[in-house]
Design a binder for this molecule. Structure first.
Ligand code: KG4
Length: 344
């Protein structure tokens, strides 16, 4: 396989994205289009998302190729997010990628979106020179909540995960309960800054338990019970802020505890590991980042969090997996089927 830039495509949820990366991880071009239409419905509508990817992805590909100053023949390969995620969007993105690969005789890499989050820390700009294997990943998004030992390309061991909701889902549902728009996470974080986190004593599910699984349904129910005590209609502004702050404080406490356990489990597997990284949309939460960084530092671990634009859906991380995999000669056939469920 020849070395060279890789085109990455992302379409697994509601972000349509394309990026071109040089083999050393330098970002030559990137573009992300967040589909706004879903806000009207209070969540991502799969069919609308798929159609929007189809409408916008080819244009974005043209845009990043022009920005990178490249023709398709200048690429070493194409990498497309091929699962897990919403199948309609995955079919569009991987279909576009395979089409280009077929037309230009380029290698194709079917990227697991979770591996993309996992390997983002290896981008040279993020941790100096790129994170060396092994490291501990906390993947915190709208669909996933997992602690993973990242031991190599294609070598990931799940140490724990949520037994019910993903943490981002909990943020989104709580946002809805207290009358905030979608996506809920950023809105809850903003409102929490004006609230008193001690006014409502919300539960801390699984805190102190062995292992590093998570649970958020009990916390969500506790918030719902507080909200149900108010008359129908909008909550008083300060009460909504106090609920947001109390909820976020509970999440941060639980996460800090679970992260500490995850570090213990990771150390038992990988005594030489010294780094914890976070990924996924919820990793954009500043209170959470600060708490996790403290947990890592107290245990002699380094901490790395991608810049906000690389936490959510983006194609830079997808192109990067392409580069890592092509380097190892790992490619996929053009009949590779996108997978709505694809555990690491
Ligand atoms: O990784 P991501 O973009 O895609 C999905 O897996 O869906 O994550 C989106 C999730 C949403 O649930 C969103 O509410 C949450 O990340 N999120 C946040 C913040 N920013 C995004 N949650 C808490 N605080 C934030 N600042």
């Amino acid at each position: 396989l020849r070395p060279g830039p890789v085109l990455g495509l992302e379409s697994s949820c509601d972000e349509t994205a394309a990026a071109v990366l040089a083999p050393d991880g330098q970002i030559l071009a990137e573009a992300v289009l967040s589909q706004a239409d879903h806000a009207t419905y209070g969540g991502v509508v799969p069919e609308i998302a798929a159609r929007a990817h189809l409408a916008h992805l080819p244009g974005l590909v043209g845009q990043v190729m022009r920005q990178a100053g490249l023709g398709f023949d200048g690429l070493a390969g194409i990498a497309a997010s091929s699962g897990p995620g919403l199948i309609g969007g995955l079919i569009v993105g991987s279909g576009v990628g395979k089409g280009i690969a077929l037309a230009r005789g380029l290698p194709f890499v079917a990227v697991n979106h979770l591996e993309a989050h996992a390997l983002t820390a290896r981008l040279p700009g993020l941790v100096l020179g790129g994170a060396p294997f092994p490291y501990l990943l906390l993947l915190l998004s709208g669909g996933h909540c997992q602690c993973i030992a990242v031991e190599g390309v294609g070598r990931h061991v799940r140490l724990g995960s949520t037994i019910d909701d993903a943490v981002g889902e909990a943020f989104d549902k709580v946002a809805k309960m207290i009358g905030l728009g979608w996506p809920g996470g950023p809105a809850v974080e903003r409102l929490a800054a004006q609230g008193d986190p001690t006014r409502f004593a919300f539960p801390r599910p699984l805190r102190g338990r062995p292992g590093c699984d998570f649970s958020f349904s009990g916390l969500k129910t506790a918030v719902a019970q507080v909200v149900a005590a108010y008359p129908p209609g909008p909550l008083p502004a300060q009460d909504a802020a106090d609920i947001a702050a109390g909820f976020q404080a509970a999440v941060v406490d639980v996460m800090a505890d679970r992260a500490a356990r995850a570090i213990e489990l990771f150390r038992a597997r990988q005594p030489e590991g010294r780094l914890m990284v976070v990924g996924g949309g919820v990793a954009a939460n500043t209170a959470l980042r600060t708490a996790l960084e403290r947990v890592a530092a107290a245990r002699g671990f380094g901490f790395a969090a991608p810049p906000l634009r690389l936490c959510g859906g983006n194609a830079v991380m997808v192109a990067w997996v392409g580069i890592e995999r092509l380097r190892l000669g790992l490619t996929d056939a053009l009949d590779h089927a996108p997978r709505p469920r694809w555990p690491l």
